[in-house]
Design a protein around this ligand. Structure first.
Ligand code: DGL
Length: 259
């Protein structure tokens, strides 16, 4: 029994899409979410910078007494999880693109992935795709240039967003993909726009549900579930400009914190 909070971080609001589902799976747990929006986006930074920002976020979560850390950012997981696990003394779980489920799913042997530049260029992504690749399966990559900023700002019109998405998705559609991996937690908020543009034969694969199940299993294994009957608290902190509330639930209280 451990009533310390579970800590999560992302470069901004993207990871709140994980928190939305995680609090349903673990309603009695307490959560602290850090949106490092002062340093957003991570996806165009160097690996060194991503490691250093992620380490800073983990240290803050430990200072806030967290019992485990969820990297709610594919870019931070794929670039920093290895290093973080060397220096951070509590369990760390990270979300990463669903390449393995996509490989099991595809019939057309063509998979699309939309993610940040740094996720697609990371060693972990390269290894995952190569270790799991079955002969003739092709992975078509697209960098979601500017999408993270657009989602953080929350002011773009649907028409403008759809124009950008069409530009990114069309080349993959033309390659006969039958599934699209959403490789960035921010993109979850524009899933409906993406669905509208994709032909219905193309499925979207995101990894929020499996990563959340994994988090629960890690807590069970560590005997650190919070067994309190009461509903837990959720604290969300940001360190840059006020977070746009366009995509996130109204019930969340957002507070400024220096970290
Ligand atoms: N939500 C982060 C991810 O999953 C966004 C990265 C960024 O800030 O560019 O990759």
């Amino acid at each position: 029994m451990d009533n310390r909070p579970i800590g999560l971080f992302d470069s901004g609001i993207g990871g709140i899409s994980i928190l939305d589902k995680l609090k349903e799976l673990l309603p009695n747990e307490n959560f602290i979410f850090l949106a490092d929006n002062k340093n957003c986006p991570y996806g165009s930074r160097s690996k060194k910078e991503i490691i250093s920002l992620s380490t800073k976020n983990c240290e803050k979560l430990i200072e806030l007494n967290c019992k485990a850390i969820v990297i709610a950012c594919n870019t931070a997981t794929t670039n920093a999880i290895e290093k973080l696990r060397e220096v951070i003394g509590i369990p760390i779980i990270g979300i990463e693109p669903g390449i393995k489920p996509a490989i099991s799913y595809t019939k057309t042997k063509n998979i699309g992935i939309l993610a940040t530049e740094k996720t697609l260029n990371s060693k972990l992504f390269f290894e995952t795709t190569n270790d799991n690749k079955i002969n003739d399966i092709k992975i078509h990559e697209q960098i979601g240039y500017k999408l993270v900023n657009i989602i953080e700002d929350g002011i773009i019109s649907k028409k403008e967003l759809d124009t950008i998405l069409t530009l990114y998705l069309n080349p993959m559609i033309e390659k006969n993909i039958d599934c699209l991996v959403l490789g960035c937690t921010h993109y979850h908020y524009i899933k409906d726009n993406i669905k509208e543009i994709l032909p219905t034969r193309i499925s979207i694969i995101d990894t929020i549900t499996p990563v959340n199940k994994h988090i629960k299993n890690v807590l069970i294994l560590n005997e650190s579930l919070n067994l309190h009957k009461n509903k837990g608290y959720i604290k969300i902190f940001y360190n840059g400009k006020k977070l746009s509330e366009k995509y996130i639930r109204k019930e969340y209280k957002l507070n400024y914190l220096e970290f």
